[in-house]
Design a binder for this molecule. Structure first.
Ligand SMILES: CC(C)(COP(=O)(O)OP(=O)(O)OC[C@H]1O[C@@H](n2cnc3c(N)ncnc32)[C@H](O)[C@@H]1OP(=O)(O)O)[C@@H](O)C(=O)NCCC(=O)NCCS
Length: 182
């Protein structure tokens, strides 16, 4: 047979063929600001979060920076923003070091971000992504995000953005749905 072997089961997109274990994620600390800024500058050409902004964000309780660690270094980060009086959280940024790309770091950060938002009582996660960022869009779609809008000229260079959203089912909601047979 010249067909490739069928892909084995995957759980929420986590292929069991992936030999690389999921990286550890943790909340970023004030002393991580410089490394986060380095990663930011290596990853993005424009609309960068400055070192100063990272320092401020790391102190705010309306922001949460999650770090994925690999080999003692920072393999990637995700930045969540929260606002009071709303059940929606915003994934403002996610970036993975190019040396660690394609190994599940982005997915692990996304899962950690969803978990953190849920823990804060949020039931919806939104994000914007450049319309031509195939890689990121694939990541979001596979994680269950759906497009809900398009924003022409959203970025500093006038690039267009797509807005995605995901409903974060709480344990209680999932249980209620099972009970109602939906
Ligand atoms: C987008 C990004 C966060 C993905 O992180 P990653 O760690 O490489 O992604 P993962 O290894 O977790 O892959 C998850 C999914 O992303 C997509 N993906 C990853 N690498 C890809 C590639 N080379 N080509 C296309 N899609 C790819 C795939 O859908 C993949 O799912 P699969 O493994 O089932 O095929 C990372 O590429 C990145 O930091 N890019 C630059 C910054 C950026 O664009 N951030 C998003 C701003 S909105």
């Amino acid at each position: 047979m010249d067909r490739p072997p069928a892909r084995p089961d995957s759980v929420f997109g986590l292929s069991t063929m992936n030999p690389t274990p999921a990286p550890r994620t943790r909340r970023a600390l004030p002393q991580d600001a410089a490394l986060l800024s380095d990663l930011e500058n290596r990853t993005f050409d424009a609309d960068r979060i400055s070192l100063r902004s990272f320092r401020t964000l790391l102190k705010r309780d309306t922001a949460l920076v999650l770090i994925a660690e690999r080999d003692g270094g920072i393999a990637g980060y995700a930045l969540l923003l929260f606002r009071r009086n709303t059940t929606t959280a915003r994934l403002y940024s996610i970036a993975v070091d190019s040396a660690a790309a394609g190994k599940g770091v982005g997915r692990a950060l996304l899962l950690a971000a969803e978990r953190a938002a849920r823990e804060r009582g949020k039931i919806r996660l939104t994000l914007e992504v450049r319309e031509d960022n195939r890689r990121a869009i694939d990541l979001y779609r596979k994680a269950g995000f759906r497009p809900i809008g398009r924003y022409p000229g959203y970025y500093a260079d006038h690039g267009d953005a797509l807005r995605f959203e995901k409903t974060l089912h709480t344990a209680a909601l999932l249980k209620a749905r099972e009970g109602s047979g939906r």
